[in-house]
Design a protein around this ligand. Structure first.
Ligand code: GDP
Ligand code: IMO
Ligand code: MG
Length: 427
């Protein structure tokens, strides 16, 4: 019937995994549309934590089908580990998980190239997750890549060797030491694992599902401020993380898109290098990191923390056509009696609420509004009638500054720690 899109409005790690898992019962299919194992989507179910990298976050809902779309880049090694992790808890997804033949493969040599490129950049490195994302997408746009459909062909090994040869030449130019042969066994075991899944022509698959009157939730990875076109370039990832990326990464038309759920934390985080106007390099930032347990789900790196940034949020709402805001980690701010929100920037002594062309080059200083904090009462709230004045004010403030309604408020990492302001979204 329709596709709803769910994506991150900041620099990733907004809590997409948790929200997809929560919303999954409303959908027949959950479809990941871009990114790859750079993503780490955390789900907390019955006190147990699961981190998914490539597999859509609908897998814990038995009624949902899941699709890895053509826009995703798949590392067979990570994929196999994820599958084994699910099998270990008795979850077999062979019948419910589908993979687009047009998704691209990450080779061991892509990972080596990622590391070589970052090493060469030195202090100006992107802070990549080193999962081979950039080099795999470069091969895709450079028309050299290997796709999932290629693993069904007899000449797959030849194609692999041809691409590897190109990569070895490049690695020589980087003068980068690697041990690709020792990585190949795991890679080819991963390929066998992929072969045991249902490989589909994803664009036909998803459109057939829609024509049967079923509903799809498109799951984004990363966040809009990491988008290859609109993010803080060059400190971005290599795919389109915005709503339009769902059309490209799944093979659906823009006409099919209904709601766009944009997720924002009640503050900001960023992992890796690049500009971050509201970053707090002080005790307040440290308190946020500790209270929010802000450490990367994929790399374990400490996340940089800062206050909510409205110019950046309004920019990503604009890019995505967000119909519904979802605020996560509101509970983390309970430790502060007052919280700040950046309403505009001062750039070259001018005030602006636009994100400048090149945040990297600009001295971009945040101008803050201070709001009253909501305190620890938030922990026991189960519905909107329990909101105290400070929390209600915060929500209304965000709605008035963005022009978008807040539909869900997340108050903790657990599956059940969510308050539906839009009753349609209650479980
Ligand atoms: P994703 O990449 O967008 O799926 O987000 P991550 O899983 O990388 O990071 C979000 C982290 O915050 C995870 O550890 C979640 O368990 C946790 N989390 C999600 N929502 C909330 C929330 O409302 N409050 C708190 N305290 N933690 C949350
Ligand atoms: P999820 O889906 C947060 C960041 C990296 C680095 C930059 C480029 O869990 O929100 P890449 O490996 O893509 O070449 O890295 O992007 N990055 C993420 N940050 N969450 C993610 O995914 C990220 N995926 C990539 O830290 O700064
Ligand atoms: Mg994450």
């Amino acid at each position: 019937m329709a596709v709803d899109v769910l994506l991150g409005l900041q620099w990733g790690d907004e809590g997409k995994g948790k929200i997809v898992d929560y919303l999954a019962p409303h959908y027949d299919l959950i479809a990941r549309f871009q990114g790859g194992p750079n993503a780490g989507h955390t789900l907390n179910i019955d006190g147990k934590k699961f981190v998914l990298h490539t597999i859509p976050s609908g897998v814990f809902n038995p009624k949902c089908m899941n699709l890895i779309g053509n826009g995703v880049v798949i590392d067979p090694v990570t994929f196999k580990k994820e599958i084994e992790g699910l099998n270990a808890i008795g979850l077999n997804v062979n019948k419910t998980l589908f993979i687009s033949r047009k998704a691209h493969l990450i080779l061991p040599s892509h990972r080596a190239l990622d590391a070589a490129s970052e090493a060469q950049k030195g202090v100006s490195k992107i802070g990549s997750t080193l999962k081979g994302i950039g080099p795999a997408y470069m091969d895709k746009t450079g028309r050299n890549g290997l796709r999932i459909g290629d693993i069904e062909k007899k000449n797959f090994r030849d194609k692999y060797n041809q691409l590897l040869e190109k990569h070895l030449q490049l690695l020589k130019q980087y003068d980068y030491k690697h041990d690709i042969p020792s990585m190949e066994k795991d890679f080819f075991d991963g390929i066998e694992c992929l072969r045991s899944f249902q490989l589909v022509d994803g664009e036909y698959f998803i459109n057939n599902i829609l024509s049967e009157g079923k509903n799809v939730l498109a799951e984004g990875a990363q966040g809009s401020m990491l988008d290859i076109d609109f993010g803080t370039y060059p400190f971005v990832t290599s795919s389109n993380t915005v709503t339009a990326g769902a059309c490209i990464g799944l093979g659906i038309s823009p006409k099919q898109i209904r709601r766009v759920f944009g997720i924002t934390k009640a503050y900001c985080t960023r992992v890796g290098s690049g500009p971050f106007p509201t970053e707090l390099n002080d005790e307040t930032g440290e308190m946020m990191r500790k209270e929010g347990n802000e450490f990367g789900a994929t790399t374990g790196r400490a996340r940089r923390c800062g206050w909510l940034d409205l110019p950046a949020l309004n920019y990503t709402i604009l890019l995505n056509g967000v119909t519904d805001l979802i605020i996560t980690k509101a509970d983390v701010l309970k430790i502060f009696s007052h919280i700040k929100v950046c309403e505009s920037y001062s750039v070259s002594s001018e005030t602006t609420s636009q994100v400048p062309f090149d945040l990297c080059d600009e001295d971009c200083l945040p101008n803050y509004e201070t709001l009253t904090g909501w305190g620890s009462e938030i922990d026991s709230m189960k519905n909107t009638s329990q909101f105290n004045d400070a929390l209600q004010n915060f929500i209304e403030y965000i709605e008035s500054k963005t022009g978008v309604r807040v539909s869900l408020l997340s108050t903790g990492p657990g599956r059940e720690q969510l308050i539906a302001l839009d009753k349609q979204l209650a479980r």
